[in-house]
Design a protein around this ligand. Structure first.
Ligand code: FES
Ligand code: FES
Length: 154
């Protein structure tokens, strides 16, 4: 049992517990941030992606000890309905989802990309999203949305 301190979407949190608890479990079950999804549970699908100090990371595969004194951003931290992130607005404009299960992970992966590369090529967008699976086949719309969010609407 230990205490872990970390920031989530700008708010400081402390968690007392087993350091091997997954970050995804803490986000969803303790902090009630349900945007990050459980898909494979094995760093294979991208549904649970979050940003940790700006890096795109699978929260299902990240133990709590690894985020001690770090800053986590979930999809809830990107924007709000009344002030959406440009990516969220672009996903809506391009209707870049069907069931939406993969969407938060897609948005996080894209946000990580645009933070380090504000005007990516289509190839760079495809490479950044290659770890994100979508069983509904929304990839082409997602790629258009990311390009739109970067000011490169097609
Ligand atoms: S649920 Fe984490 S990568 Fe699939
Ligand atoms: S929109 Fe359904 S899994 Fe991607």
């Amino acid at each position: 049992m230990a205490r872990f301190n970390f920031v989530v979407n700008g708010a400081q949190h402390a968690f007392d517990g087993d350091g091997n608890t997954s970050l995804l479990e803490v986000l969803r079950d303790t902090l009630k941030l349900k945007g990050s999804r459980f898909g494979c549970g094995a760093n294979q699908c991208g549904a649970c992606f979050v940003l940790i100090d700006g890096a795109v990371v699978a929260s299902c595969d990240t133990p709590l000890w690894a985020v001690d004194n770090k800053s986590v951003t979930t999809v809830e931290g990107l924007g709000r309905p009344d002030s959406p992130h440009p990516l969220q607005a672009a996903f809506l404009a391009e209707q870049a989802a069907q069931c939406g299960y993969c969407s938060s992970g897609m948005l996080i992966a894209a946000a990580g990309l645009l933070a380090r590369c504000p005007t990516p090529t289509e190839a760079e967008v495809r490479a950044a999203l290659e770890r994100n699976l979508c069983r509904c086949g929304s990839h082409n719309r997602v790629i258009r949305a990311v390009l739109r969010a970067s000011g490169q609407a097609r």
